[in-house]
Design a protein around this ligand. Structure first.
Ligand code: WAQ
Ligand code: MG
Length: 606
């Protein structure tokens, strides 16, 4: 079958942004071009002003067997370099310190330095560009390409395999130039691909590749020609073994097993009316009279049939195995994130996530990585660079509360799954709003659930509290470890019953959700008619004003005209991005919405 070489290169003001190459069959050429074009145009490093896509028929293709991979776990750059030295010395390559010192010269090369392994002379004619190994691909790459883009690990094995097949090459050392990526490798025919998990300090951009040559000078040209022109397909490229990393669900099982073994497991029992209660905090008997307080934590006397009923109902509504309720949405976020990740773990958070998510991340003690708003390419890149953490969590708002836009859940879930990371979404503004019957993003996209779906009872459900829907194992884990759940008084039964009634109501009258959507569309049209541009994917309509004082003034003027519309300012949104935040309800009349739009138009123009 005829195979073509397909290459992509994207740049901006002549600076390299991204590049990729594939060797594909005739019928895959068009789709490969489309994928690579999309990757070029949506790269987290920026929008290119030049994209070069190239299709060529290569010469005869050589098939190679992938180098075997071993992983050496190192805890510091010094340890990593010592490991590289030890490995290379074992195959007769000495002077490693001097070779490593040449990386300061290698940085900024598009290709690799070609060094004489013994004299350390540079052999390639172009010292600015280096030697580029090219025309190579993983023979089974389709299976390893993920929705999230390229697989750096597989690419590196393909490259290393081709390089070691070149005449007179005896070894390679690779240190990434990405400041966040500390993993590198050394490769030789005898050692295979020896991955070194930490080979440089985090934050350093000093890296590159060095190819080591041992042979007659007159053959250098043939070596470079092989590297730069011979087409190669590499078979048997292994998938990244994640031996050091425990499966995320297994890590929950392990923690729970330890808790149970120590007899520290916690359960929510309904206080039995036949027993005399000597466990509540109702010291003066008022709670029993007022029926407002719950008298204790959910784990002591605070659980009633109402709590259990609501939790069962929430799980049914969202379509998960189980659910757990906290006193507020803020507590649910803080208590869930800080229970799931700790020191030694890592959490990825969208730049525009709600404050309760931010506080949960900060409190957790885990390393916090913030990625650009909905920049899932950046998320995928940062996840690939995260090595050696016990647990990984990615958390995002479902509906962003100050912009009204929504997360691309299917792609978000793909990326989290690819990286063994827990996926968590906050559906505070999505529950009752998004999806045909208000069940949220999974209903809207017709996709699966995040591992953790958080919601609130205080918005569309008209009551108070926060909740998490998830599989039983995760809920049991949170019940045992979430400090804001364990160490606060349960919300009252009356509040639980109200939320339960709202949920039943929503199930019986899904037309409310449709009415909300129609009202939102109507309001956007009404705004457009008075010359105000606004968009939304939810029921939150932001009207960005910019200046903080001006936003306050507009909000005050609208109050005088009889409309309560909040002005949102820093730190809820960025400085200079102050806005009116209009929240639509299914119960607004068309009259109310059109007069509000007219008033906004008037005030903004005055
Ligand atoms: N030929 C020669 N040198 C190259 C090539 C090429 N095709 N591509 C990149 N280089 C050089 C260039 O100087 C880059 O700056 C440097 O290598 C690093 O390239 O988890 O990400 O693509 O096992 O940033 C290795 C570890 C990751 C993977 C290396 O390299 C793992 C990496 P990058
Ligand atoms: Mg790089």
């Amino acid at each position: 079958m005829t195979r073509y070489s397909v290459k992509m290169r994207a740049s901006k003001a002549h600076a390299h942004i991204s590049g990729a190459e594939k060797i594909v069959t005739r019928d895959a050429v068009a789709s490969t071009l489309a994928t690579l074009a999309e990757r070029a145009l949506s790269h987290p490093k920026g929008t290119p002003d030049f994209v070069n896509l190239k299709v060529e028929l290569p010469g005869k293709i050589q098939t190679l067997k992938a180098l075997t991979v071993t992983t050496h776990v190192t805890k510091s750059a010094a340890e990593g370099r010592a490991k590289a030295t030890e490995l290379l010395r074992s195959v007769g390559i000495t002077r490693i310190d001097e070779i490593m010192a040449r990386f300061s010269e290698a940085t900024n090369l598009r290709g690799a330095m070609l060094l004489d392994a013994d004299t350390l002379e540079r052999l390639e004619p172009d010292h600015k560009r280096g030697v580029r190994a090219t025309y190579m691909d993983d023979a089974e790459s389709a299976a390893k390409e993920t929705a999230s883009g390229k697989n750096h690990y597989a690419e590196a094995i393909v490259l290393a395999t081709k390089v070691q097949a070149a005449p007179h090459i005896v070894g390679e050392i690779c240190v990434s130039d990405d400041p966040d990526y500390v993993t590198g490798y050394v490769a030789t025919k005898e050692l295979g691909y020896a991955r070194i998990t930490t080979i440089k300090e985090k934050g350093s951009i000093e890296g590159g590749r060095i190819f080591l040559y041992r042979g007659p000078r007159e053959d250098v040209g043939a070596t470079i020609d092989f590297l730069e022109h011979q087409a190669v397909l590499v078979e048997g490229v292994p998938l990244l073994e994640k031996a050091k990393e425990v499966d995320k669900w297994q890590s929950l099982e392990d923690d729970l097993a330890a808790i149970r073994a120590a007899k520290l497991d916690r359960h929510c029992e309904i206080a039995n009316a036949d027993r005399t209660i000597l466990a509540s905090n109702d010291y003066l008997g008022f709670a029993a009279e007022l029926l407002a307080g719950s008298t204790g934590s959910r784990l002591t006397t605070g659980t009633t049939a109402s709590h259990i009923r609501l939790e069962t109902h929430l799980a049914e509504f969202k379509g998960t195995e189980a659910a757990l309720v906290w006193g507020t949405g803020y507590m649910a976020n803080v208590g869930t994130i800080s229970a799931l990740v700790k020191k030694g773990d890592i959490v990825f958070s969208d730049r525009l996530n709600h404050a309760s998510i931010i506080d949960g991340c900060r409190l957790s003690g885990a390393e916090v990585v913030v990625y650009g708003h909905k920049n899932l390419n950046e998320l995928a890149l940062k996840l690939s660079a995260a090595n050696g953490y016990r647990r990984k969590l990615v958390v995002s708002d479902a509906v962003f509360s100050m912009d009204g836009d929504i997360l691309d859940l299917p792609r978000f879930l793909d990326i989290c799954r690819d990286h063994n990371a827990f996926s968590m979404i906050d559906e505070a503004h999505a529950t009752g709003v998004i999806g045909r019957t208000g069940r949220g993003l999974a209903e809207h996209f017709g996709c699966g659930h995040a591992d953790i779906t958080l919601g609130t009872l205080s918005k569309a459900l008209g009551s108070e509290g926060g909740f998490v829907c998830a599989r039983r194992l995760l809920i049991e884990y949170l019940r045992n470890t979430s400090r804001s759940f364990i160490f606060s008084t349960a919300p009252s039964a009356a509040v639980m019953d109200a939320a339960d009634a709202a949920l039943t109501w929503l199930e019986r009258e899904p037309e409310r959700v449709e009415r909300l959507r129609a009202n939102t569309r109507f309001f956007l049209h009404a705004l457009a008619e008075v010359g105000v541009q606004a968009t939304t994917e939810s029921a939150i309509v932001p009207i960005v004003i910019g200046d903080e004082a001006r936003a306050l003034e507009v909000s005050e003027k609208l109050k005088i005209r009889g409309f309560h519309i909040s002005a949102i300012r820093y730190p809820t949104v960025a400085k200079g991005a102050a806005r009116l935040r209009v929240a639509i309800s299914s119960e607004h009349t068309r009259e109310e919405l059109s007069s509000a739009a007219r008033a906004i138009g008037d005030v903004l123009c005055s």
